[in-house]
Design a protein around this ligand. Structure first.
Ligand code: DX5
Ligand code: ZN
Length: 218
């Protein structure tokens, strides 16, 4: 089963509530919330106040992707604003185990994000503690970038490890996902797909979302 998580980073912020409801109606499974601090990544997006505003509008799980330094300082705030999943970058967490425990202590499902060049080995000793691994298939910071194909073998590598260990971990892909790029990722074992521009740049969000989902399920 393929899940699609539209990224609100690509939505029209002047009517964000409507934009969330529209992708819910289109068949979205999760809402992907991209938080950027201008330090870990060269762009600033928004903070917990935006999550707090959209949370009451939908029952869909809120998938919060923290592209920030010192995430420990903000985890409680995002948990209280309604995060169902919080993912942190392995590159930003020198005490990753502590950060994961902190996320779980607020009843939120923890996940770890790997930049395109970061090896799967960096998370091999934390797999038992997490619910989600997010592979970046662009360099984080901006929507609308080109998919980096060299990440796909990492997806397969992790999927094999998860299977071998009998773990229950979702593999999510973020960056440049569309009807074509979803295919090799789904074949490699990924189950959740973020899509920003491929959904929000289209007038017919239902058609766009369902076409991506269908391509991933074939
Ligand atoms: C990039 C973000 C992505 C991005 C995806 O830093 O983490 O979630 O918004 O956008 P598209 O699908 O347009 O690549
Ligand atoms: Zn993201």
């Amino acid at each position: 089963m393929i899940k699609i998580a539209p990224s609100i980073l690509a939505a029209d912020f002047a009517k964000l509530g409507e934009e969330v409801l529209e992708v819910e109606k289109a068949g979205a499974d999760w809402i992907h919330v991209d938080v950027m601090d201008g330090h870990f990544v060269p762009n600033i997006s928004f903070g917990a106040v935006v999550l707090n505003a959209i949370k009451p509008l939908t029952k869909l799980p809120m998938d919060v992707h923290l592209m920030i330094e010192n995430p420990d300082l903000y985890i409680e705030e995002f948990a209280k604003a309604g995060a169902d999943y919080i993912t942190v970058h392995v590159e930003a967490c020198p005490h990753l185990h502590r950060t994961i425990q902190l996320i779980r202590s607020f009843g939120v499902k923890p996940g770890v994000v790997l930049n395109p060049h970061t090896p799967v080995e960096t998370i091999q000793h934390i797999l038992e503690d997490i619910d989600l691994v997010l592979f970046m298939t662009v360099n984080p910071g901006f929507g609308g970038q080109k998919f980096i194909h060299s990440v796909v073998p990492k997806v397969k590598q992790l999927a094999d490890i998860i299977k071998e260990k009998g773990l229950s971990i979702d593999i999510e892909i973020d960056g440049g996902i569309n009807e074509e790029t979803i295919v090799p990722c789904a074949q490699a074992g990924a189950t959740v797909f973020v899509a920003g521009s491929a959904i929000y740049s289209k007038n017919d969000r239902t058609q766009a979302l369902q076409a991506i989902k269908k391509a991933g399920e074939e």
